[in-house]
Design a protein around this ligand. Structure first.
Ligand code: BGC
Length: 856
């Protein structure tokens, strides 16, 4: 991190950092150790994940207490079949949402509707297309994080969704090529953590559940579910320090903010699948972080029945093993496993309590809408099949409810405030008096197939306002840059022309030359796209193949700049791209990163270009001079024969700016950097010390695992009732024989299975030193405020503007990054006026993870 305007470095005395007495390491653990991150850090290939059992039962910590009391009362009334129904999806396209669990009609408890995405309601009409996670992060504005969450949550609620499948903090963005980085916020864990917490709170304040995903180490699309010649998913090999200080950090914030659910990811962590990894689920998430909600699988991310249950999984989505296979690891197999004792009843009860408590926690009961869900993910036709795959129950399935409210104005503000001005030689803001304005590039205009013309936005045609994959929503409209700029130019009575063909070099040259002659402005739009691995765009299997601009953007810029001496480059990109070929060109008079803006794209960029909004967004990642400058890259080719590809996160915590600092690599544009149309000065930096009680490792024991209601052992009670005609491929909880062995269909039934030691222990368990017995989020002393930093920020320019003071700390240890971001604020300051930046520093901010002590 290069120190720069707008960035404070508060160096605190190292001695003030807390040194913890050693806690008790987890028994039998062989934690992947971090040694010297400079040479040999991180977990290595073939790393294993330590076992941790039993699965912690939720106890209603903190503000979950009332929800737990209600959930206990509810779950106590349930039969075994009803409990299994809560935990298991009905199968792909069995109901109307991308995922639905089984209902409990006897008690009027409806099937829960799980619906993408992290930026709006997916697969339906009359919804808003919000700016992507990476864009809202670039606003560095807590209120906007919350507002966007609330608006998205409201739209999901009004469509009848119970769980919004977002926000995303995995991937965090280990490598810039990662296909889904843009769905999340930033490779910095603190920025990501603050953004995810505010988003979770916003979504849930609207009365629906959030699902923070994908847990954990899901940093690339290649091999996320194996590959053509590889049956196992990639293993992200992560050491314990890196896990705590980087990848787990924002999940801790989401848990502390009360996220109702967490989605376990497709990949393995240290060679154990995320959805059956007892270390990440039982130990880290439920024990150390005290997560009180439920863990659901990513779609087909489950790989076992009993093992995943014992390792802390609570819900399987969409319920079937392969889409529409009609088989499930749970469903009837969970019924069998509870009856034969391989899954203790208390574990099933805990799954149910967690699901139902989450439902109460966000007050779902008071937030129901008519006909919920009032849409079908599988068709936009008004009438169709309720059970789409089975083609059963023809009825009205889409009510076309417009849930957008007044969110368009917020979306425009968010996109403009998330825009980063990277270079400005005085070209901006435009005055509106330019005699002739030229707009260049396909990224300025419409997709010829329409804004929703490529399924799940799986193409890069026209202006890029969303990446591709499940993390998308249908655009209700998409304001293109060309139409918005044209409207602005026309309102000023001036001239505008455009060349939107990226390869029409002759026409580009001719227009650029005419603009130069009359001292007008050339605005060039370029982009770079990425998305989820199930769609391949231009040979990019989700992950980007390189960091260059798409559609030969460099050539377009070269062409325009060779004739136009006032070229403004606007980039819509999912992450950093290589700008080295042209950023210093003197004919490039301004450069803007306009992020992934959503439906109001054109209006937002026009607000910035013409100075209606003074840019205040800051980089949420580093812009390096070359791909190699990042020090991390993805694994594109298998490296373990037919076995699970091994991706060693050997760089430890050194991703993005931490890596640049470590190796002394000068970035082109730093993390945290962004210009304004005004200037700011900093003064009066002060550090105030608070007296907080000493850090005490948590001690004591939980209660024993609650058992709710009783389970009849009469297998005849669990057969398919005569009055139910099963739907094709639909997952039910019923047995098909009174013999459990026959019902399982498993020729190996009961033979030679071993089960993990401790998994059946329902007696009181010791709390972890780093855990908490009072509230989710880990040891609460971590959040004690030890220092408050204040500074005066003065607007020394001629226009009002927003500044984002950022607080970086140097932890000072031999394995620490040079500096790490710990706090920030976005402040609006009138010209000539001053504002006060105030930032707290918590104990957590000053702590390192100690693997031996298993404590901070
Ligand atoms: C994605 C998830 C998504 C799910 C349901 C999966 O392929 O990884 O992010 O929520 O599908 O659409």
């Amino acid at each position: 991190m290069t120190l720069m305007r707008g960035v404070l470095l508060a160096a605190l005395p190292l001695a003030l950092a807390q040194v913890n007495p050693p806690g008790t390491p987890f028994p039998n653990s062989t934690y992947p150790n971090s040694t010297d991150p400079l040479t040999d850090s991180g977990a290595q290939s073939g790393e294993t994940s330590p076992p941790s059992y039993p699965s912690p039962w939720g106890e209603g910590l903190g503000d979950w207490e009332a929800a737990y009391a209600q959930a206990h009362a509810f779950v106590s009334q349930l039969t075994l079949l009803e409990k299994v129904n809560l935990t298991t999806g009905v199968g792909w396209e069995g109901e109307k949402c991308v995922g639905n669990n089984g209902a409990i009609p006897r008690l009027g408890f409806k099937s829960l509707c799980m619906q993408d995405s992290p930026l709006g309601v997916r697969d339906t009409d009359f919804v808003s297309a919000f700016p992507a996670g990476v864009t809202i992060a670039a606003t560095w504005d807590r209120q906007l994080f919350y507002q966007r969450g609330y608006d998205m949550g409201s739209e999901h609620r009004d469509k009848g969704v119970d769980v919004q499948l977002g926000p995303v903090v995995g991937p965090i963005g280990r490598s810039p090529e990662g296909g889904r980085n843009w769905e999340g916020f930033s490779p910095d864990p603190v920025l990501s953590g603050i953004a995810v917490a505010q988003t979770v709170k916003g979504i849930q304040a609207a009365g629906i559940m959030s699902c923070t995903k994908h847990y954990i180490g899901y940093e690339q699309e290649h091999f996320r579910q194996g590959g053509p010649t590889i049956s196992d998913s990639i293993s992200s090999n992560i050491d314990d320090v890196t896990m705590h200080e980087l990848y787990l950090w924002p999940f801790a914030d989401a848990v502390r903010a009360g996220t109702a659910s967490v989605m376990c990811s497709y990949n393995q962590i240290n060679n154990s699948y995320a959805c059956q990894n007892s270390w990440t689920q039982n130990y880290l998430l439920k024990n150390e972080l005290g997560f009180q909600g439920f863990v659901m699988t990513d779609w087909s991310g489950q790989h076992s029945g009993v093992s995943s249950a014992l390792a802390g999984l609570d819900m399987t989505m969409p319920g079937d093993i392969g889409f529409d296979s009609g088989t499930s690891f749970w469903g009837p197999n969970l019924t069998i496993a509870v009856l034969n004792g391989t899954i203790p009843q208390w574990r099933l009860d805990d799954m149910c309590v967690r699901i139902v408590a989450a439902w109460y926690y966000v007050d779902r009961e008071a937030n129901q809408v008519e006909n919920a869900p009032n849409f079908s993910s599988w068709t936009e036709d008004t009438f169709g099949y309720l059970h789409y795959y089975a083609s059963e129950d023809y009825t009205q399935i889409n009510y076309h409810v417009d849930v957008r409210g007044d969110h368009a104005a917020n979306i425009r503000t968010q996109a403009a405030k998330g825009t980063v001005l990277l270079k400005n030689n005085g070209a901006l803001p435009l005055t509106g008096k330019e005699k002739l304005t030229g707009v260049f590039g396909s990224d300025a205009s419409e997709n010829q197939y329409g804004p929703n013309g490529c399924s799940d936005r799986g193409c890069d045609n026209g202006t890029l306002a969303m990446g591709w994959g499940s993390g998308t929503a249908n655009f209700p409209y998409l304001v293109t840059p060309l139409e918005a700029i044209k409207a602005e130019v026309l309102s000023n009575g001036k001239s505008i022309e455009s060349v939107i063909d990226d390869y029409a070099y002759a026409q580009q040259n001719a227009l650029a030359r005419r603009i130069s002659d009359v001292a007008g402005a050339c605005i060039v739009f370029v982009n770079a796209d990425a998305g989820e691995g199930y769609i391949i765009v231009d040979d990019n299997e989700g992950d980007r193949n390189n960091l260059t601009l798409w559609h030969n953007g460099d050539d377009l810029i070269r062409n325009v700049t060779s004739f136009c001496n006032n070229t403004i480059v606007v980039m819509h990109t999912v992450g950093p791209v290589l700008v080295d070929a042209w950023y210093e060109n003197e004919n490039v008079t301004a450069i803007i990163w306009a992020a992934i803006p959503g439906q109001e794209s054109g209006n937002a960029i026009t607000d910035i270009l013409y100075g209606k909004v003074n840019p205040g967004g800051k980089n949420v990642f580093t812009w390096g001079a070359s791909r190699g400058a990042y020090g991390t890259d993805l694994l594109y080719e298998p490296n373990n024969g037919a076995g699970a590809p091994q991706e060693d996160f050997a760089e430890g915590i050194f991703i993005d700016y931490r890596h640049f600092d470590r190796v002394g690599e000068t970035p082109i544009y730093e993390f945290g950097f962004g210009l304004s149309y005004t200037t700011f000065a900093y003064s009066n930096l002060q550090v105030q010390t608070h007296s907080a009680p000493a850090y005490t490792p948590t001690t004591g024991q939980t209660g024993s695992a609650p058992v709710l209601g009783s389970v009849s052992n009469n297998t005849a009670d669990y057969l398919l009732p005569d009055d139910i005609t099963p739907l094709v491929a639909y997952i039910y909880p019923y047995l098909n024989s009174t013999s459990l062995a026959a019902s399982s269909g498993d020729p190996q039934y009961g033979i030679n299975y071993t089960f993990p030691a401790g998994a059946y222990d329902s007696s009181p368990q010791p709390f972890l030193a780093a855990g908490s017995k009072v509230a989710p989020g880990g040891n609460q002393a971590l959040y004690d405020i030890l220092f408050t930093v204040t500074a005066t920020v003065t607007n020394t320019g001629g226009v009002a503007g927003d500044e984002v003071p950022q607080l970086y700390l140097s932890l000072g240890g031999p394995n620490d990054a040079k500096v790490v971001l710990r706090n920030f604020d976005r402040i609006t300051i009138a010209a000539g006026a001053s504002g006060t930046f105030t930032a707290d520093i918590t104990r957590r901010d000053l702590s390192n993870w100690d693997t031996d002590a298993q404590d901070w």
